[in-house]
Design a protein. Structure first.
Lengths: 272, 99
């Protein structure tokens, strides 16, 4: 870590001589960057791969710098090891992802304004009110789906995301997922009755692909941090949760092929 | 076309339930195994930025509504102007809670 700082200093001081090394530093993006802190790798060399052991071992002589939140050597002030690299601020691609989210939201908001305007022209006041309520509930459902999709991607990103080709590829997948949310439009728009079934199915496919991609990302991180046995279970469980969600969405596609299903099937879904 | 059956109202509710459960489970896992917790991450910053962007989206909607109101009439009455000012103040208040 300190060496990198010296390199950058040397580039500033010696002008044209360092062009070669600058080219070397720029290079290509690594295909698969490791989210593991290198300092931790230095700490856990040798046979002591168990983090609990090293934690208790190092806790005694690391207590001098309690004031700093993040001390050196990849540890916090209390001597706990921070395994994964820390980010201090959001990267550009994450903000771009937020923009995709908001674009989706804007699209559906515009669609539902249209719906609400149509609701006002119905003669019966009671049916108009129920229609508005249903439109609101539909909007809430859709917002929940979009936001939880965003959330699961973000929860991965803030912990494990490192700028590399693999993660950018997955970001591209997630952009595609949010673009694929347009299939949800006819399903949630109660006025367009044509093509509901088809778009319902395609929307399920979109959801499945998104969750499978996140699960694969978790699995890759799990494989990269396989020397820390404590991380294997939680990351594996996270991947399993996303995989199970993917299976669930796929099941909604296969088992409930129409947008409208019977009551007993709905009850089965409540139980699940 | 306007009539709704019960099952039609519940369209896609199971997907919503799945997604909510999924998000909660991920949080729960991070809470139980503290080693992958969100303590030193920029999750709060991400949420703040998303809130800001969504409020920007709200401003777009508000301006559209104001344009829709003022389009058809020549003179504005005071209550409409007051409503617009209140909407702006609400958005400012939302975007900067410490103001």
């Amino acid at each position: 870590m300190d060496l990198a700082r010296y390199f950058s200093l040397r580039q500033k001081t010696t002008g044209h001589e360092s062009t070669h090394s600058a080219h070397e530093q720029k290079g290509y993006l690594p295909f698969l960057a490791n989210p593991i802190n290198e300092d931790v790798l230095e700490v856990v060399t040798g046979s002591s791969f168990d983090i609990e052991k090293t934690n208790t071992h190092t806790k005694t002589f690391d207590s001098s710098n309690d004031t700093r939140t993040l001390a050196g050597n990849g540890r916090t002030s209390r001597g706990n090891i921070v395994i994964y690299k820390q980010h201090t601020e959001a990267s550009t691609i994450e903000l771009f992802y937020d923009l995709f989210f908001v674009a989706n939201l804007a699209y559906f908001t515009a669609m539902h304004q249209h719906t609400d305007a149509e609701c006002m022209y119905t003669v019966n006041l009671l049916s108009a009110k129920t229609d508005t309520l249903l439109a609101l509930i539909n909007y809430l459902k859709l917002f929940t789906l979009v936001w939880f999709t965003w959330l699961s991607v973000t929860l991965f990103d803030v912990r494990f995301s490192i700028d590399c080709v693999w993660n950018r590829f997955h970001k591209a997948i997630q952009f595609g997922i949010f673009t694929g949310f347009v299939y949800a439009g006819p399903v949630f728009d109660k006025y367009s009755t044509t093509g509901v079934e088809q778009s319902y199915r395609r929307f399920a496919i979109v959801l499945v692909i998104g969750r499978v991609a996140i699960a694969i990302q978790y699995l890759v991180v799990m494989w990269q941090g396989r020397m820390f046995r404590q991380t294997l279970v939680p990351i594996g469980l996270s991947a399993a949760v996303h995989a199970a969600a993917a299976v669930g969405y796929g099941f909604t596609m296969v088992a409930l092929p129409r947008g409208r299903v019977g009551l007993e099937e709905q009850l089965a879904w409540y139980v699940l | 076309m306007m009539t709704f059956t019960f099952s039609q109202r519940l369209t896609q509710l199971h997907r919503v339930i799945i997604s909510i459960l999924e998000g909660l489970l991920i949080f729960l896992i991070a809470m139980i195994w503290r080693i992958i917790s969100f303590k030193y991450t920029h999750l709060v910053e991400r949420l703040q930025l998303l809130t800001l962007i969504i409020i920007g989206e709200g401003i777009i909607g508000m301006v559209k509504s104001v344009a829709c109101i003022t389009k058809g009439q020549t003179s504005n009455n005071m209550s409409e102007i007051g409503t617009a000012i209140a909407a702006v103040l609400l958005l400012v208040r939302l975007s900067r809670p410490r103001l």
